[in-house]
Each structure stands twice: as structure tokens, then as C-alpha cells.
Design a protein around this ligand. Structure first.
Ligand code: AMP
Ligand code: ZN
Length: 122
């Protein structure tokens, strides 16, 4: 937990969110300003700033995060199959369009036809 980190507070329930999923390691909730019909954020509960701050020691939980995000996407309104699908985006650093400095995956889906509008901070 880093003091004053919004997403640390959300994952601890100290700030309300529209929760989608929670386990010991991860927390998922609806983005407050959705850029697509399905826009969910998935975060590790431990405070990690961004993909600029991970090393090979983080590979295992990052793998679990990716697998979980795909499962959450498929269970929360993303259209199924080859013609459906979803995007997983993680903005990293100022030039990467990151605004909240706690690593998060954006799940973006339900946009048909597919549109570049579903690209936060693009
Ligand atoms: P990024 O630019 O990748 O750091 O994305 C941060 C995302 O967090 C944006 O899509 C915001 O809409 C979203 N966001 C900011 N505050 C909240 C909040 N309190 N609850 C849910 N999503 C939020
Ligand atoms: Zn944090």
C-alpha cells in the first residue's frame, strides 16, 4: 500500500468502486469514465507503479493477471468468438498515457464495429 494511491484504496474498499472481481491477489472494477461498452480495470492488490517497474521476478503474477483479465472479459459482456473479442491495454508512464500510477490492465470490449475510440489516452 502506498499512501494516497487511489487504486490501493479502491482495492482495500476504502474508496467505493463498482467491483467486478476480487481474490487475495487481484481486484477488478468498472472504469469510472468508460471508453467502450465494456471497460473494466484489473489491478494487483500490491502497489506496483507500472510495466516500467516490473522484472523477471514479476513474471508469474503478471501471467496470472493476463489469464484473469481474459476470463473477466469473457464473463462480463465482451462479445464471444472470433468476431467478438476485447483489448487489454496497460498505459505505462507519462508518454504511455498513464494517469493513475498503480499498474492496471484496461479490458475494453463490446465495441462493434471495432473503433480506435476504445483506446484510452491514445
Ligand atoms: P490510465 O490513463 O491508464 O492511468 O487510466 C486510468 C483510468 O482510471 C482512467 O480510464 C480513468 O477513467 C480511471 N479511473 C480514475 N479514477 C477512477 C475511479 N475512482 N474509479 C474507477 N476508475 C477510475
Ligand atoms: Zn497503489
Amino acid at each position: 500500500m502506498t499512501q494516497d494511491c487511489l487504486f490501493c484504496k479502491i482495492s482495500k474498499g476504502e474508496i467505493p468502486s463498482k467491483k467486478v472481481y476480487e481474490d487475495d491477489e487481484f481486484f477488478a472494477f468498472h472504469d469510472i469514465n468508460p471508453a467502450a461498452p465494456v471497460h473494466i480495470l484489473v489491478i494487483p492488490k500490491k502497489h506496483v507503479v507500472s510495466m516500467q517497474h516490473v522484472t523477471e521476478h514479476d513474471a508469474e503474477w503478471l501471467g496470472r493477471l493476463m489469464v484473469l483479465a481474459a476470463k473477466i472479459a469473457q464473463e462480463n459482456g465482451c462479445n464471444p468468438g472470433h468476431e467478438g473479442g476485447f483489448r487489454l491495454v496497460t498505459n505505462s508512464g507519462i508518454e504511455g498515457g498513464q494517469e493513475i500510477f498503480h499498474l492496471h490492465l484496461h479490458i475494453l470490449g463490446g465495441t462493434r464495429p471495432w473503433s480506435n475510440r476504445a483506446a484510452p489516452a491514445a
